[in-house]
Design a binder for this molecule. Sequence first.
Ligand code: AMP
Ligand code: GLY
Length: 423
Amino acid sequence: MKIMVIGGGGREHALIRSLKRSPKVERIYALPGNAGMEPDATCVSIAAKDIPAQVEFARENGIDYAVVAPDDPLVLGAVDALEAAGIPCFGPRKDAAIIEGSKVFSKWLMKKYGIPTAAYEDFSDLKNAMAYVEKQTPPIVVKADGLALGKGVVIAESVAEAKDALRSMMQDKKFGESGLRVVIEEFLTGPEVSVLAFTDGKTMVPMVSSMDHKRACDGDQGLNTGGMGTIAPNPYYTPEIAERCMQEIFLPTMNAMNAEGRTFKGCLYFGLMITPKGPKVIEYNCRFGDPETQVVLPLLDSDLLSVMQAVTEERLAEADVRFSQDSACCVVMASKGYPASYETGFPITVDPGLDCEIFYAGAKSKDGAVVTGGGRVLGVTARAGTLRQAIQKAYSGVKKVHFANAYYRKDIGKRALSALENE
Ligand code: AMP
Ligand code: GLY
């Protein structure tokens, strides 16, 4: 089969590597992909948001199956457009992708169906929002309604900071249309768990749990980033918590979307917080997480393409979805200065004997060489029998990957390891 994967980051590289293992796959195209994935896929310079060009490419090249990975094209309706052209797809349609595309929608859905989440109010009027935050006790959580590259969440430590956030979103339009409406919610505490789940609207099959490390610096300090590393499985996600999540969150979300006439088919991402009062939803994403996918899919022992096709054809209940008992760790290597400003264009080299997988994200080609091309350059993923071994192996791998101005966190998995050791 000829497969087309839309997107160009580390998550897409991990998807492509897993798809490539399927005996059914004959060729994979990445739109746009990146230079680091060239050995695994044919990169085509069509932007992830250019839906008409994607449809045309799929038609002209006899694409048998498309995987739409990033949030933007999903929210814009890439799956609807490809399906209308007769191309079977993995990913939710536009009417279901709204679960990530609008926080006002997702909060409303959770309230209506009693799905545990932080208490909230939403506002489209700056004055009303300002008056509301004055009555709140910090920390105050302010979220832009729409997509904002993972940067639309402000945890304000004072009322003044919350007001600044409201002004920059609602008045100065820092996130464009995305911030014209905002959600202001209760501050929750507890360890965070990411759970990606396959669903066809009838069955929900959670994948192995994971933990992201969102802040730029060690000890969870510094700015929020797209994710500096991940481990799987997440030790805070015990079998008891998993069962509660299934009954209180996963199935109720699937049923709620069905009841709203917005059946969700694809990978539904649950960003959870295990609070003293039980698991609650921090956010939904309508897609695989990045860099969660870089630890979850290397642990998938089944054929990813077959699972995806089962989702598309609404027969997930019959699919074989098995995960290994191993652990995985992904350390993201970034350009120094990320997520603020950084330089690119430095050659990337890898020493021989690397016992890890590399998933390229911000890589481009220059004079025939692969060079740095973004903030998060690549992720080094190791799989091993225990979490401790996986972490050690990933960090040994990082030492074998070189580029100028490389920066990475030294403590990926540390919190998870201490949780395991305190059990
Ligand atoms: P999000 O982009 O919605 O995942 O939010 C980014 C990060 O902000 C999350 O990973 C949490 O660490 C934090 N966060 C979001 N909402 C809350 C909340 N209600 N209480 C505490 N922390 C939150
Ligand atoms: N790792 C968080 C996300 O993919 O949004």
